[in-house]
Write a protein that binds this ligand. Structure first.
Ligand SMILES: [Zn+2]
Length: 217
């Protein structure tokens, strides 16, 4: 199985810099556990980050193209994600999600929220997005909705159809505040996903600040 939908580079960089709220960080970290491609991109970004900052300081200007051009050469190919692709049993929740949700989805205190959807809120600290697990019955459409801020959804089991695309285990579906959508679970099995939603830091144009904590500036 190949992961097709990844978090954006700015989200990866913000994760690496430690500037994300806990719920969003948990979602990105869980994706990274399943995605060798994003682990490589994050490693590359962190390794070039120091050199890029030094060049920026030497020039006396902020060079925001440096990261983009370097990232353009980052490998795009995927590797098999190993037994975690099973998407059930003890492999459903990879670390670090297992630390929040335990090892077995059946043991969670799922609460029905109507329309074939169940959820479990996960405990996270601080302000920003809230994390929850959703279980959407096979073939069920979520009621149309939009968001106060960006909503990130990571599929863990089954599949999710949203705005013309299919999302499967490891895929991240990102919907910003302008999106009104009706995602639907695929017909083969209940779709279990991790969602992080609500107000979150905005990243546009702040890559230098994102990299600061990595390099002690
Ligand atoms: Zn990825």
């Amino acid at each position: 199985m190949t992961i097709e939908h990844h978090p954006g580079d700015e989200l990866l960089l913000a994760y690496g810099a430690g500037t994300l709220d806990e719920a969003t960080s948990l979602l990105v970290a869980t994706h990274l556990a399943l995605c060798p491609r994003c682990r490589r991109r994050l490693d590359l970004a962190e390794s070039i980050g120091g050199e890029w900052m030094n060049r920026t300081r030497a020039n006396g200007t902020v060079d925001e193209t440096g990261i983009d051009s370097a990232m353009a050469f980052a490998p795009e190919d995927d590797e098999p994600a190993g037994p975690a692709t099973a998407g059930s049993g003890p492999f459903l929740f990879p670390q670090p999600l297992r630390g929040y949700a335990g090892g077995d989805a059946a043991d969670l205190g799922w609460r029905a929220v109507g329309g074939g959807i169940r959820q479990v809120r996960l405990k996270t600290r601080g302000k920003g997005a809230k994390a929850r697990l959703l279980s959407i019955a096979a073939g069920t459409r979520v009621p149309e909705h939009s968001h106060g801020g960006e909503e990130l959804t990571l599929v863990l089991a089954g599949s999710l159809y949203d705005r013309g695309k299919w999302y499967r285990r490891g895929d991240v579906d990102a919907a910003d505040a302008s999106v009104v959508h009706r995602p639907a679970a695929g017909p083969e099995q209940d779709c279990i996903c991790l969602a992080a939603a609500d107000a979150r830091l905005k990243f546009s144009g702040v890559i230098p600040r994102l990299l600061q904590p990595l390099h002690g500036f």
